[in-house]
Design a protein around this ligand. Structure first.
Ligand code: SAM
Length: 292
């Protein structure tokens, strides 16, 4: 069998199993060994590591991971790929394939059972239709994770890294930067995949913080504020938050907190830094306790 990670090796295995790509699962398989080397190098996997791979496809990157890690858990939703993976991974005793939807899997339990609750490394060429829920799920759930090295759509990588005052700045930027340090590993052209996606891709490494860079007294409250601010990004922050259901805020309360922080009452959410969102959340929380 020709090596996976090349066009000929991929075509050979797809033909052998008469496999047809499922668009709904975001199936674009990597066919560039240079990119595979870069992903594995950036993820800094050692023989001590337990690695979670999301969406192994035909097992191309899984083989690279298995050669470097102690153990690889590969979670694939498409049952048609399971016999393919049994074939391509047959010589690797340290790989477990789970046929499941990653969004439904209890990753915390896997970390507990397979790595004694110690942080795992996540590596994936993500299905783009669920990139944000996968990343947010991993970060917000506080599952022990050391780093997440992932291929994402270029625009998503831009959103992860940007700061206030840009059109890409939003809830994803703030969440990623609260939980992790994002770094670009490499840009990837559509020609490196089969079939070619319509968009450019970027490999990003998120190194999860031991301690968040700001002290939010109530993380959930801060992120509820952030989401409400960017849901209504054209409105001033005071109007947007007062309109948001579930937050129980009045315009006056928000304006008063903004003034305490030295910010204009007309400021928009997209102008606030992570530090400012955390300070605003702490002030509004303290205020709501006083009124109870
Ligand atoms: N890792 C392979 C590679 O690099 O060639 C395949 C990457 S492909 C972009 C995404 C993979 O994720 C596909 O194999 C797809 O079937 C799988 N997938 C899609 N949705 C999934 C989900 N909810 N849970 C687990 N796997 C999923």
């Amino acid at each position: 069998m020709a090596a996976l990670g090349t066009p000929s090796g991929t075509i050979e295995i797809l033909k052998k199993y008469n496999f047809s790509f499922q668009k709904r699962y975001g199936q674009n398989f990597l066919i560039d060994t240079n990119i595979l080397d870069k992903i594995v190098e950036a993820s800094a996997i050692t023989e001590k590591d337990c690695v979670l791979e999301i969406g192994p496809g035909i097992g191309t990157m899984t083989q690279y991971l298995a050669r470097n890690a102690r153990e690889v858990i590969a979670v694939e939703i498409d049952k048609m790929l399971i016999p393919v993976l049994q074939d391509t991974l047959s010589e690797y005793q340290n790989v477990t394939v789970i046929n499941e939807d990653i969004l439904k899997l209890d990753i915390g339990r896997i970390v507990e059972e397979r790595n004694g609750g110690h942080p795992i490394k996540v590596v994936a060429n993500l299905p783009y239709y669920i990139t944000t829920p996968i990343i947010m799920g991993l970060l917000e759930s506080h599952v022990p994770v050391e780093s997440i090295t992932i291929m994402v759509q270029k625009e998503v990588a831009d959103r992860m890294q940007t700061g206030p005052g840009t059109k890409d700045y939003g809830a994803l930027s703030l969440a990623v930067q609260y939980y992790a340090k994002p770094e670009v590993v490499t840009q990837v052209s559509p020609a490196c995949f089969m079939p070619k996606p319509k968009v450019g891709s970027t490999v990003v490494k998120l190194t999860v913080h031991g301690q968040p860079p700001v002290e939010a007294k109530d993380e959930k409250h801060m992120f509820a504020l952030i989401r409400a601010s960017f849901n209504q990004r054209r409105k001033t922050l005071a109007n947007g938050l007062a309109n948001a259901s579930g937050l129980g805020l009045t315009r006056e309360k928000v304006v008063s907190a903004l003034e305490t922080m030295g910010l204009q009452p007309t400021v928009r959410g997209e102008a606030l830094t992570l530090e400012e969102f955390s300070a605003l959340s702490n002030l509004l929380k303290a205020d709501s306790f006083r009124k109870v």
